[in-house]
Design a binder for this molecule. Structure first.
Ligand code: MG
Ligand code: NI
Length: 472
């Protein structure tokens, strides 16, 4: 008899999701689906608004990553104005992007995921959170909390306010950086960098063994991320590069023409679409974005500490890594790269120039903005009329790109923990851990917010509930 196992909703990820595991007649895993079940329709909602509102408006898609939407949106609007933004505005937007990377990676690593591997995959779920982390390793927890706070305050000082800062605008930014705020950021960098380096050392010594690294699944895929000149790791500009599992470049593409290489498939069981790499078709064109996607896609970092870490990472992985767990490793390397580049930007005296905005009207009827959000490539694509009123828009959010890959991770983990109808202890923790490694923002993908406790339902083929497992 076929059985279905439902896990709903997933805790400690941003938003709301549900999982169904399908068993075959032997009780082994046939398939797994990660259902994303809510939709608010932001793409429809923005039609008829003026492009000038779009950065501030799309920032409201998500309370978790407003900064990423603002940057992608402002870039799409720059393209409609057909301007080259002032160099200081470009440097400030890069600085904002990096501060967001630091705070978001710190949140993902220390608050959401570290409890799993520091406290153990089978530890009590009630303690497997940042509070448990504080009890188990107060020094690390304190440093992680301070790291995130540093990134958040840097965003505050750049944007003027933390939540939904309407700061990046078409043509540049609307607020110059003061010398006082510049000095504050420079002063905070050494501690932040030391925290990331210490955490990397701990991570490599404690979690470097293949057994631990394999616990969330391992599989080949394509990887995508923006890269700059000579394949250098990027987060704000450059070309879209896709590499294969061995790191060979499959394509490098103008981000404005993303639609030639990326299309979105739909499945009836999820509102979240399934982007795929067009030449390979659906679903073979699965690719991964985010920390592991970018770190695998690039040839190098152009800052020394991150570059040394990349070389070690590639050495340990024997090249590119396909392990889901290595999202955490890549996340720490990126946090280090972000802090190094922040130091470079802040050392540049142009950073406090008041020349921060290019003024122009509507000069193009279409604009694409592509930016690397912490969780992966974010695409905003607008079509406007001659007055700049939005006629149509397409958003492809970071979590969407990883949709196929997250489903694959869940299937891999389920296969490792379900045999002949027997579900082993700890499957819930590991499935959650697999999803969390991707750091999905379901607020962005489904435009809805909410967290609830975890429930596992086992349902037989005729739809009858066999068992319900709950953790509270
Ligand atoms: Mg879309
Ligand atoms: Ni988001």
């Amino acid at each position: 008899m076929e059985r279905q196992i439902h896990i709903e909703p997933v805790t400690r990820i941003e938003g709301h999701g549900k999982i169904t595991v399908f068993l075959d007649d032997k009780g082994d895993v046939r398939d797994a689906q990660f259902h994303v079940t809510e939709l608010r329709g932001f793409e429809q909602f923005c039609v008829g608004r003026t492009m000038w509102e779009m950065p501030g408006l799309t920032a409201r898609i998500c309370g978790i990553c407003p900064v990423s939407h603002i940057l992608a949106s402002a870039k799409a609007c720059d393209a409609i104005l057909a301007v080259r933004i002032p160099e200081t505005a470009r440097l400030l937007r890069r600085l904002m992007s990096l501060a967001q990377l630091v705070q978001s990676h710190a949140l993902s690593f220390f608050y959401l995921s570290a409890p799993d591997f520091l406290l153990g995959w089978d530890s009590d779920p009630a303690l497997r959170n940042v509070v448990g982390l504080v009890a188990a390793n107060p020094d690390l927890a304190r440093k992680g909390i301070r790291l995130r706070a540093f990134g958040q305050e840097a965003i505050d000082r750049l944007g003027g306010k933390r939540v939904h800062p309407a700061w990046a605008v078409p043509g540049g930014v609307n607020r110059a950086l003061s010398e006082e705020d510049r000095a504050w950021m420079i002063a905070g960098l050494p501690e932040a960098r030391a925290t990331v380096q210490e955490t990397l050392t701990l991570f490599k010594s404690s979690f470097g063994d293949p057994k631990e690294r394999g616990v969330l699944g391992e599989y080949a895929s394509l990887y995508m991320g923006l890269v700059g000149r000579d394949g250098v790791w990027e987060h704000y500009e450059g070309v879209l590069r896709i590499v294969d599992a061995k790191g060979h470049v499959v394509c490098e593409h103008d981000p404005a023409r993303y639609a030639e290489i990326i299309q979105e498939a739909s499945e009836p069981w999820s509102y979240l679409k399934f982007p795929y790499y067009v030449p390979k078709g659906y679903p073979d064109g699965m690719y991964r974005v985010g920390p592991l996607g970018r770190v695998n896609a690039c040839d190098r970092f152009d800052t020394p500490l991150a570059q040394a870490e990349l070389e070690e990472f590639r050495g340990r992985s024997g090249g590119r890594s396909g392990r889901v767990f290595d999202y955490h490793y890549a996340r720490l390397i990126e946090a280090l790269a972000a802090l190094e580049e922040m130091a470079e930007l802040l050392a540049d005296d142009r950073i406090t120039s008041p020349a921060i905005r290019a003024e122009a009207g509507v000069n193009a009827r279409e604009g694409v903005g592509v930016h690397e959000a912490p969780r992966g490539t974010l695409i905003h694509h607008y079509w406007v009329d001659k007055d700049g009123i939005i006629e149509k828009l397409n958003l492809i959010v970071s979590t969407g790109h990883n949709n196929l890959a997250m489903n694959r991770a869940i299937r891999e983990i389920a296969k490792a923990h379900i045999h002949k109808g027997k579900v082993s202890e700890g499957i819930l923790n590991r499935i959650e851990g697999g999803i969390r490694a991707y750091d999905p923002c379901l607020s962005c993908s489904v435009h809805a917010v909410g967290q609830m406790p975890l429930v596992l339902n086992i349902v037989n083929a005729s739809g009858e509930l066999e068992t319900t497992l709950s953790r509270d």
